[in-house]
Write a protein that binds this ligand. Structure first.
Ligand SMILES: NC(=O)C[C@H](N)C(=O)O
Length: 335
């Protein structure tokens, strides 16, 4: 029996058309373009149904309410399809992939987020390869988690980052191996094929949360942190140096102590592309740990932000949030 894959088309370059202001999404255009590509209808390919969203957007316009719409859409169609493809812009694809990984609990079917750097209708588009492979993989190599497929690699969604603004190899997963690689042969790497499961999918609701994100830099004034911590910010992601280090300026540390006294979780993620936070490594990191800053381990800033949205949208105590933030919930961090 041919598998049947559900494609949710949210917008992004893959379905865009040129306009006088640059590329813009255009209703009906992606579906029309795909219909002219016979390779998508070959017998080796799964059947697919496209649900084009009514307001197609550039992914720079994505917000948590859009994550919610995608998660609810998957849940509404979950029993009728073998897998799900989310067509999405590349700019915030790593954020949406991270968010979906937290919102969809007990997934037993593949969810693959993909898109392209050049629109599908244009010469030299990477959209054909990305979508064709994503469909084929969802049908034949079902990995029951949220993945991001780009340039012949399936990455764990909550480990992925956009690393190239204009290259085809736009995504990487610096701290976790790819789930699968598609060369002449398609090979599983860190991914595991889905097993039959009688677990029921549950979807967590998220709402937009005021979260501060401050990247440290030499000479940063404590006021920058102080101002970020003003209401209504209810969590702070600190992008620190190296293995989690920050200047030892007591005024700066005082601000972080103040965050703790107000029960605002502060997560320490490194500015480095690769590697993990270890606040015990240097005195400059130890100071942060002493005032209750939490280790983000090797979480990407995108995953930390999505995880905070997920946790802050639940009715949890400060202690519970701290515990879950530092725990491995969906393979997003190495413990
Ligand atoms: N390649 C892309 O999809 C970029 C586009 N601005 C988007 O994120 O929607």
């Amino acid at each position: 029996m041919r598998k049947h894959i559900y494609i949710a088309y949210t917008g992004g370059t893959i379905g865009m058309k040129p306009s006088s202001q640059g590329y813009v999404p255009a209703a009906g255009f992606l579906t029309e373009t795909l219909a002219k590509m016979p390779e998508f209808n070959r017998s080796e390919m799964p059947l697919f149904t496209i649900h084009e969203y009514d307001n197609l957007i550039d992914s720079s316009d994505m917000s948590p309410s859009d994550w919610q719409r995608i998660a609810d859409d998957i849940a509404d169609n979950y029993d009728d399809y073998d897998g799900f493809i989310i067509l999405h812009g590349t700019d915030t694809m790593a954020y949406t992939s991270s968010a979906l990984s937290f919102m969809l609990e007990d997934l037993a079917k593949p969810v693959i987020v993909t898109g392209s750097q050049i629109p599908l209708a244009e010469l030299r588009s990477d959209g054909q390869v990305n979508l064709l492979n994503a469909l084929f993989i969802a049908a034949n190599f079902p990995i029951a988690e949220v993945g991001l497929f780009f340039n012949n690699r399936l990455l764990r969604g909550n480990r992925s980052r956009k690393v190239d603004a204009d290259g085809f190899n736009a995504f990487d997963s610096p701290n976790f191996p790819p789930l699968l690689e598609a060369g002449i042969n398609i090979r599983l790497k860190a991914g595991e094929l889905a097993k039959a499961s009688d677990k029921k999918l549950t979807v967590s609701n998220v709402s937009a949360q005021p979260i501060g994100m401050v990247s440290l830099y030499p000479g940063i004034a404590p006021e920058v942190i102080k101002n970020t911590l003003q209401q209504p910010v209810n969590a702070l992601i600190l992008l620190s140096y190296g293995v989690g280090n920050a200047p030892q300026n007591p005024k700066l540390i005082e601000q972080l102590q103040y965050a703790k006294s107000r029960e605002i979780p502060v997560v320490n993620c490194t500015q480095c592309i690769r590697g993990r936070v270890n606040m015990g490594g240097y005195a400059t990191g130890h100071g942060l740990q002493e005032v209750g800053v939490l280790s983000g381990s090797d979480m990407t800033p995108e995953a930390a932000l999505a995880k905070l949205h997920y946790l802050l949208s639940k009715n949890l105590s400060f202690e519970q949030i701290n515990l879950l933030l530092t725990a491995n919930l969906r393979g997003e961090l190495s413990e």
